[in-house]
Design a protein around this ligand. Structure first.
Ligand SMILES: O=C(O)CCC(=O)C(=O)O
Length: 357
């Protein structure tokens, strides 16, 4: 579900956007040189003065103005402020049943060290997982969240051994966030731990961007993965049936599983029932094309690559918007975000991988 890899064409555009613009070329002089000879004599070789780049204001954390996600006011306060909250979502028995299904569907590794049904080419499997998770999890969603429906659902497997886990990423927006927040339910099917590559999150990171996160867009934390994991990451350890409910915009990752059993989780994306499901696609130079779509899209389409949504082929755009493309500096995140220790803890434990930050 992430847009982890930044295609080279986007990276090139980002570089152009963050570099100060070149001074404009002087206009051709179409007048007779003789007419302003005395001016030239008084101003020898005066070069046009380039405008200095306007410094950007310091980044701020944006308040979340959308209607509540969680029914419980304390949980809602946590969800809005730090970006996540933990709930006892389903019973341990229900979690064990879902775990058995996940094991049946993923009896062995089929290629990647980290796998998700979201990227599966087998549409029957995707549908079976979706229907089973809807039957078990939607009633629990109705108990804890304010009138939300499940839009995307899959099992995720972090296989034991080097190269597992998923690098730091932010999901693309799925709703008009000026009115509705989307949320992700990361549901433990068995106990999760630092050792088996549980989920890590960056508290308050959902409030950094202050605009929609489009698919294939340059990331505000590009080049800062290691720094953010060193300074801002927190680990979430859950019991079977417990879920981390996090704002769709929270940065998160997982590290390698150093136990000898696969870590399996159900991941469900939800949004308020009134909200249209949206696909924000970065086009160029800050322009984002907006599509509205049916959840069926994600069941019928196979993601383009491991880590990117399928392109919005066959969908009609409903509008466009312009986003400000900005990369934060390391100093700015230190000022903006709370300190977290999960990256260093994972390093000490031996689950952290260098290329994941
Ligand atoms: O469970 C994991 O390892 C990571 C899940 C995740 O990041 C996702 O589904 O977006």
């Amino acid at each position: 579900m992430s847009s982890r890899s930044l295609p080279r064409r986007v990276a090139g555009r980002l570089k152009r956007m963050v570099s100060p613009p070149a001074p404009p070329a002087p206009l051709p002089d179409e007048t007779d040189a003789g007419e302003h000879g005395s001016y030239d004599a008084a101003h020898p070789d005066e070069a046009p003065v380039a405008e200095p780049p306007v410094p950007l204001p310091p980044p701020v954390l944006h308040d979340i103005a959308a209607p509540p996600t969680m029914k419980d006011p304390d949980r809602q306060e946590e969800f809005a402020t730090i970006g996540y909250t933990v709930v006892d979502l389903i019973s341990p028995e229900q979690a064990a049943d879902l775990h058995a299904l996940a094991q049946e569907i993923h009896p062995e590794r089929s290629g990647h060290m980290w796998e998700s049904d979201f990227y599966s080419p087998d549409l029957d499997v995707k549908r079976r997982v979706a229907e089973t998770l809807q039957a078990v999890v939607q009633p629990a969603v109705d108990r804890h969240l304010v009138d939300h429906e499940m839009l995307i659902q899959n099992f995720v497997v972090n296989w034991p051994g080097p190269g597992g886990g998923l690098e730091l990423h932010q999901h693309s927006s799925i709703t008009d966030e000026t009115k509705y927040r989307g949320a992700v339910i990361w549901l433990a099917l068995h106990e999760t731990s630092l050792e088996n590559g549980t989920l890590n999150v960056v508290p308050q990171s959902h409030r950094v961007l202050g605009q929609h996160k489009a698919e294939r867009t340059p990331e505000w934390f590009e080049g800062l993965h290691e720094h953010i994991c060193d300074n801002h990451l927190e680990t979430v350890v859950l019991q079977p049936g417990q879920a981390l409910v996090f704002d769709n915009a929270v940065l998160h990752n997982s590290y390698t599983n150093i136990t000898d059993t696969p870590r399996m989780t159900a991941v469900v994306v939800v949004a308020p029932r009134d909200a249209a499901l949206r696909y924000y696609d970065y086009v160029d130079d800050g322009t984002v094309r907006i599509y509205e779509l049916d959840p069926e899209f994600f069941l019928q389409q196979v993601a383009a690559t491991h880590g990117e949504w399928a392109p919005p082929e066959g969908l009609e755009p409903v509008g466009e918007e312009h986003i400000e493309v900005r990369r934060l500096t390391a100093d700015e995140t230190l000022t903006l975000l709370p300190h977290g220790t999960a990256g260093k803890d994972a390093e000490a434990l031996g689950t952290r991988q260098p290329h994941f930050g």
